[in-house]
Design a protein around this ligand. Sequence first.
Ligand code: FES
Ligand code: FE
Length: 464
Amino acid sequence: MKSNRYPRATAILEEMRDSIEEGIIPIGIFNDQEIYQMEMEQIFGTKWIFLGHESEIPEPGDYVLRYIGEDPFIVVRDESGGINVLLDACCHRGVRVCKAEQGNASHFRCPYHGWIYKNNGSLIGMPAQRKAYNGLNKDEWGLVKVRWEVFHGFIFGCLSPDTPPLETYLADQKYYLDMLFGLHEGGTEVLGEPQRWVVNANWKLAAENFSGDDYHLIFLHHSASDIGATPYSMFENMKGYHIHAGNGHCVSISLERGRDGSENELPYWNFPKEIYEAFDLDSLDEKQKEIVRDSKEMLGNIYPNSSFLVMSVTFDQHSDPVPFFSIRQWRPLGPDKIEIWNWMFMYKDTPESFKQDSYRAGMTNFSMSGIFEMDDTLTWETATWTAGNHFSKKNLKLNYQMGMNGMGSAEIDPDWPGPGTAYYPRYGEGNQRYLYTSYLKDMLGEKEEGEEENTNGKDYSIHR
Ligand code: FES
Ligand code: FE
């Protein structure tokens, strides 16, 4: 078991495996170098990680620079229109060959000795080739390629040959993502460039927040609600569901038609009527249609560190709410630091003026200067700081018990129409416990037999 290489971290995680049954988590996991190194191997070395969207690289030669764990990858469309995910490291000495965050290039040339790679990763030449490398088989020395797959235009990459295909990996989360991103025949597109900024916080705190920490809405974000930024009260917004969607993925849906049977006055996530009337609902089953119609807000985490959000905000008390989509990646930069990547999306075939409003709605609320985002990140920073302090690290246990038996009002809803286990209302921390239970299985190498197996028999070996 790989975890034996990290005896101290393993001891903390084994203690957590016992205590999480009681809803208790040792704070030490949120700021520990050894745990972080284990995560790079056990989590980021094996999971599907969001890299970007096809609309970011529409033309041959278009590329963006992205990351899985600590490793940089060039996500590039080659001359034949195919996507490649190439390790940004020259095969001669490991020097990085991509010098910009995005651009268009037919070739990448290493700045050290000048090896030249085509935009499909092939090595095609170098200075003084005949004298220096007469006998070299260039076919064997292209940039390293890793697996990638596309789902609704979203590009994911994976470093392990053993992880199952993306759709299998997404498990029940696929059902909920289909509801969001499969609604328009033309698909979605990125609005502008992704924003990115550094926050002194552990990546898991962000992932667990987007897994469905809705309890903080009624306190941390009440000021946003007080100034009228949200079209409904935060307490009202607690009506809804937390769903365990398989493989550690989580969803949280604010759904007006709760158990009281009330009608949703702002259906389809508050999209304007002319837009939701064009939704391609035929692509959904009856249960999905019902959930989409009644949803006010939906967010979730694609385990481990890719999150999504659709919600709506009002610019002032006289205007209609404007919905926006945000996809984010909590890129780890160490045990106490993340780079937040934030992409705004919209359905491609919607009016330009609506896209601009949606972008503004997203940016004013969820971005480095967004009023919700600033609230959130400050709390994640102080929690991470606490986790690194000598006394706290050893002694502070955290309470994740909301929604456990006899603790609050959340209960499993056996009538939930969608897949996964659903709890109502959103006063619960079951999604966080579910996230960390999956995390522990991965970290301690205790996956049950048959779990996450490669189901279609394809060879996914890393190849050049
Ligand atoms: Fe790239 Fe030498 S390190 S050509
Ligand atoms: Fe928040």
